[in-house]
Ligand binder design. Sequence first.
Ligand code: WT7
Length: 639
Amino acid sequence: MKIDDKSCSDLGKKYKEKYFESIKNPEKFWKEIALSRLDWEKVPTEFYSGNLVNGDAKWFADGRLNVSYNCIDRHVLAGLGGRVAYYYESDSGLRQVITYNDLLENVSRLANVLKSQNIKKGDTVCIYMPSIPEAIYSMLACTRIGAIHSVVFAGFSLESLKKRIDDAECNAIITVDSFFRGGKEIILFERIKSVLDECQSLKKILISPRSTDFMSVDERVINLAKAMVEVSNVCAPEWMFGEDPLFILYTSGSTGSPKGVLHTTAGYLLYVTYTHEQSFDLRSNDIYWSASDIGWITGHSYLVYGPLSNGTTSILFDGVPSHPSPSRVWDMIDRYKVSIYYSTPTIIRSLQRAGDEFLKSSKRESLRILGSVGEPINPEAWRWLDDRIGNNKCIIVDTWWQTETGGHALLPLPGVVKTKPGAAMLPFYGVEPVIVNLKGKVISSPYVPGSLLLKGAWPGHLRGLYKDRDRFINNYLIPYPGYFYTGDSAYIDEDGHIWVNGRIDDVLNIAGRLIGTAELESSIVSHPCATEAAAVAGPDEVKGSCIHVFVLLRNGTLSSSRLTDELKSCVAGCIGSFAKPDYIHIVESLPKTRSGKIMRRILRKIVHDEVDDFGDISTLSNSESVSQLTEYWDVFRNG
Ligand code: WT7
């Protein structure tokens, strides 16, 4: 990675100086930002020690602060309590205005309810809710009393939810009785109570009533709305040390169960505050909209913590962008005068495909910055966003990062560098990207793809996997000693700018959501008729990629459309509907190495129609399976 004059504008020269400062002297760099951007109960004297690549980095360890205080109280104390924190709009069009005063009131009450249920500092609390105001109150209430939250995306099945509750040993769960998505009501109330009996650590379930005013006869089941009225609206924040755990968020890995990524208090808050400000060139009158669900890291960092810490006015939307019509997002941008819209390539492509007639009802003149995250954005979608949505007046900021990096790691900072459609461009302060070949040698020639690794000092990176240090070290730090392993493939162009291709490990990125092949395959073989399965990603115009699963059936089982539907339902039941495979291919054999491993790279080539050259297949034990599969594919494609 080289940053030379060619790659930078005038503003870019300032960036370059600042960037090298952040690499040369991280302690000084982040100290200054920590003191100017956050409010401390006790200012730290220890700023930075250890290192990410040794798994022992510590930031602001002896400083004391509270996240909810920084996100709410300090703005209220500065006289900004009447400022809007969120304009909430629901799937069905219900609207609500939430000020910083309202946040303080609701978060304090919810925190007092948690306390009254004996939830204490250091306990873990699961939050299983759509992106509604109560979900945000719940996250902030946890941080107010020092409880560690684990938000589980509401699209995950109860099976996935239970696994995550067990892994994090959650003491309580906050959830809803029902919710709406795309006009459909999803009733959770009766089913959700089963988690209480099945998850040992769980003592309480707090339900925020959405459709019913339910009465509970079970003292473990609490009506959150009722309880909030009965407690005080004042709750003193618990002062936390810089490295106290803040939250756990699960992300899919290539093997085994999802990984509980752990973020800690001060470093995370500082990094999301600062990146949110810098990446979007934030101004005090901005109206900001992040389209992410709170169940993903983007929702944590750039819908809740970054924006609130900066005192921003945001849009909170829990609906589907194309419901009731593909003009909804654009009309909302006009209605609220949104100036920064942070979205995903999948949403952009699906609205692009709906047709430009849906742009007629809006002008989108308030827009200034358009952000993208989750997967590589293809140049066509990038240009459509630029021309049609942004009227060629906006800066497009393609942000590459991961649950593990906590916040933006690669991006074109506004004004710093001329953007290129599809490129993640340059590192954020403190982040040192390196691209290496299979032998671990740094690739400095342009257009040669390799493994993207990181080193450097930025305070927002994960501190580990919850209660699993070995897995943390093995997964991220062992593959290339001295570097953090991202699992992505990338290359640089002749200007030294970075382009990210996508995952190289066995993780599928479908519509910006990671799904582990191992998880998906094991849910397929939970069906009694399936003996083996191999999942790979194929191209898809809207979602970017789609899921193909190649399945071997038990001897004597016949393939049928009913069976393939059942296999898809297995995935919906075990993981969630969003992970349902697009295609199930019942085949006779799978390409296997002599050691018995499925060679997924062959299947990947097949679903990409690249059947001319499979590379080295000398280690296959059943090379005939390659020709069987290409014949199968030929028939599938043409008929
Ligand atoms: C993976 C991380 C970061 C928040 C959302 C996903 C892919 C993410 C980009 C981008 C190319 C991207 C990578 C990364 N990814 N943003 N701008 N360009 N790829 O968080 O679930 O932890 O997924 O998403 O493959 O490793 P996540």
